[in-house]
Design a protein around this ligand. Structure first.
Ligand SMILES: [Zn+2]
Length: 274
């Protein structure tokens, strides 16, 4: 599933391509025919992202809510006449200069301000959103303090922090040296702050680059980030049994919150983070 950096990147690139313009909307697949008809011919005023959710704001007050889920995909064509959409395209949005195709989303619906408020109230702070760092960090800290589940599970809970997925949870815990099994509420305030800062830094880099690269170049003997092969970009994720890039210990793996998590038992020893 795409993590928050991908969703924010979609918001940014689509805003640049079709934002502020009159949009022709359609649903080739038919499942969003009613909604597309309602949006067709109106101006798309802005596109906003919170965690893994996208909010398209239309002239007249409607909001289109999209969540890609596991299989959802966007295609952006920057040409006046794009190739025709496939028949399973849920929604097409075309300005005179660019077209966005959306297929396979978990959610594609029109919502009113009350529904949006209720939805947003269930999402934790998002490091990629504007706003006071202090307020977001305080919210993150309070969310962790209420949970006894392992920190590795808490990071996947979108009510705790919005936008972290399975790759980033393993990588930010590795980079901060925190034991993934530690109960969320047991983290020391300094560890919480390190975790927030690291999550922010990594998500911002990912949004900018369009890919997740968490290694420091010196740890993989590379000179430039663009030189990194696919298998060299991460410290822990997907590296079961391979040597830790910092200490050589084989990387461990276990199930946490129904997904596999990877960590180094030497760089992130039991209890680290308290
Ligand atoms: Zn290690």
């Amino acid at each position: 599933m795409p993590e928050g950096h991908t969703i924010h990147r979609h918001a940014r690139t689509q805003r640049g391509a079709i934002g502020g313009q009159l949009i022709r909307a359609a649903s080739p697949q038919g499942r969003f025919a009613h909604g597309a008809k309602r949006l067709d011919g109106r101006v798309l005023e802005d596109i906003d992202a919170h965690g893994k959710h996208l909010f398209y704001r239309w002239e007249g007050g409607d909001t289109l809510h999209v969540h890609l889920g596991l299989f959802g995909k966007f295609k952006l064509h920057r040409a006046p006449s794009p190739p025709p959409p496939s028949e399973n395209t849920r929604l097409t949005m075309s300005s005179v200069t660019a077209t966005v195709y959306l297929a396979g989303p978990t959610i594609c619906e029109l919502i009113d301000p009350h529904q949006e408020e209720a939805l947003r109230a269930r999402l934790g702070p998002d490091p990629l959103r504007n706003g006071s760092r202090r307020a977001k960090l305080a919210a993150f800290q309070a969310n962790l303090a209420r949970r006894r589940i392992p920190i590795g599970a808490a990071l996947l809970d979108q009510r705790v922090i919005a936008g972290i997925g399975n790759v980033y949870r393993a990588e930010v815990l590795f980079r901060t040296g925190i034991d993934p099994h530690l109960p969320a509420a047991a983290l020391a305030p300094q560890a919480v702050e390190r975790l927030w800062s690291e999550s922010s830094r990594q998500l911002k880099q990912g949004e900018k680059a369009g890919r997740i690269i968490t290694v420091d170049l010196g740890d993989v003997g590379a000179r430039r980030r663009t030189d990194l092969a696919r298998g060299e970009r991460l410290y822990a994720y997907g590296r079961t049994g391979e040597p830790c890039r910092r200490c050589g210990t084989p990387i461990s793996a276990t199930e946490m919150a129904n997904r596999t998590i990877w960590w180094c038992s030497s760089c992130q020893p039991a209890g680290a983070g308290t």
